[in-house]
Design a protein around this ligand. Structure first.
Ligand SMILES: Nc1ncnc2c1ncn2[C@@H]1O[C@H](COP(=O)(O)OP(=O)(O)OP(=O)(O)O)[C@@H](O)[C@H]1O
Length: 300
C-alpha cells in the first residue's frame, strides 16, 4: 500500500480549457473530506504564480495537484521539482498532454482517485534556455501557433486549428544548426520538438517510444514539405508512425545547443507557453527530478 496522502494542495487555474470551475472547489473539498483528506486551494493569477506557489509550498503538503491544463501542470511541476512533494494532475485544460502521456484519467472524479489510490513515478525534466519544461517544447511552426493562440482571447482546440490553418500558407521555415552530445545536424525545418514525452494534447504522437524517465530527450525534426505531402504526414503523426515519413528525423541526446544563424532570439514554446529565448537555445535533461502520482494500472 502506498503512503496515505493527507494534506493536499490543489492549484486551480480559473481560465484553463475554457471550463467552468465554479463548482470544482466544493466538489474536490467534499471528495477529500469524505476520505479523511484535507484539501487546500491555491488560485493562479497568470502573473507571479511560480514565486507565490513556491512560498506557499513551504507549508508541509503530501502532494500538490494541478487542476488545469499543461501550463498549470508545468507550473506545479516546476514548483515541486527537486523536492519530495509529488505532482498530481486533475486534467482541466484544452489539451492535457502530460496527463494523457502518464495514463491519468481525463474524467475529474476518476483523476481524483489519485488522492488515495496511486503509484509514484520519478520523471526527468528539461531545462530549455534555462527555463523549466516537463513535457514538450518546440521551435518553428507550432511555437508560432502557440504564441498567436496565447495572444488571442479564444481557447480550446478549435481556436488552435483555426490559427494553424490561417498561418500555414505564409509560414517560412528557418534554418537551424543543432549540436548534441552525440552528433551535429544542420538544415531547414518546418518545426523541431524537444521531447521529454511522446504525445501532444492534440493526440499528435511526435516522439513514439520516447520515455519520460530514460535520462534522455529527443529532438524531433519535421523538414519543410510540399502541400501534397501534408495529409500523409498528418496521418503518420496521428498513428505513431513519425519515423516512417520522408520528412522526419529524430536525434536522441542528453544535451543540445540549437541555433538559428543570424537570429538574436528564438521563439520557443515550453509546455504550451511561448517564450523568446536568447540564440542559441541550450537544452539539457535533468534526470529523475520530478515525482508524479499515476494510477497504479499506468505505473511501469
Ligand atoms: N487567473 C488567471 N487569469 C488569466 N490567465 C491565467 C490565470 N491563471 C493562469 N493563467 C494562464 O493560464 C495559462 C495556462 O493555462 P493551461 O495551459 O493550464 O490551460 P490550457 O491552455 O487551456 O490547456 P492546455 O495547455 O492543456 O492546452 C498560462 O498562460 C497562465 O499564465
Amino acid at each position: 500500500m502506498p503512503a496515505q496522502l493527507r494534506q493536499l494542495l490543489f492549484v486551480l487555474n480559473p481560465i484553463s480549457g475554457d471550463i467552468d470551475k465554479t463548482a470544482l472547489e466544493a466538489t474536490i473539498a467534499a471528495y477529500c473530506t469524505e476520505r479523511g483528506r484535507t484539501a487546500t486551494f491555491f488560485h493562479t493569477n497568470g502573473h507571479d504564480d511560480l514565486a507565490r506557489l513556491r512560498r506557499h509550498l513551504q507549508q508541509p503538503y503530501d502532494a500538490a495537484f494541478a487542476a488545469g491544463g499543461d501550463g498549470t501542470a508545468s507550473l506545479v511541476a516546476e514548483a515541486v521539482s527537486g523536492t519530495s512533494v509529488p505532482l498530481g494532475i486533475i486534467p482541466l485544460g484544452s489539451g492535457n498532454g502530460l496527463s494523457k502521456d502518464l495514463g491519468i484519467p481525463q474524467n475529474i472524479e476518476e483523476a481524483l482517485r489519485l488522492t488515495w489510490d496511486y503509484s509514484l513515478r520519478t520523471l526527468d525534466t528539461l531545462r530549455v534556455g534555462g527555463l523549466f519544461a516537463a513535457h514538450l517544447a518546440d521551435i518553428g511552426f507550432n511555437a508560432l501557433i502557440v504564441e498567436r493562440f496565447d495572444q488571442g482571447d479564444a481557447r480550446g482546440a478549435a481556436a488552435y486549428v483555426r490559427i494553424a490553418t490561417q498561418e500555414y500558407s505564409a509560414y517560412q521555415p528557418a534554418t537551424y544548426r543543432i549540436e548534441t552530445d552525440r552528433e551535429t545536424w544542420a538544415g531547414e525545418a518546418f518545426m523541431l520538438t524537444i521531447a521529454n514525452a511522446n504525445t501532444f494534447g492534440s493526440n499528435v504522437v511526435i516522439n513514439p517510444q520516447g520515455q519520460l524517465d530514460d535520462g534522455k530527450f529527443e529532438i524531433c525534426l519535421i523538414a519543410p514539405f510540399p502541400n501534397t505531402a501534408a495529409p500523409g504526414l498528418l496521418y503518420r503523426l496521428y498513428t505513431s508512425d513519425f519515423d516512417a515519413s520522408d520528412y522526419t528525423k529524430r536525434l536522441q541526446c542528453e544535451r543540445a545547443s540549437i541555433s538559428v544563424p543570424g537570429a538574436t532570439e528564438v521563439l520557443v514554446q515550453l509546455d504550451g507557453e511561448p517564450h523568446h529565448l536568447p540564440n542559441p537555445v541550450e537544452v539539457e535533461i535533468r534526470p529523475g527530478s520530478l515525482r508524479v502520482l499515476v494510477p497504479p494500472t499506468a505505473a511501469r
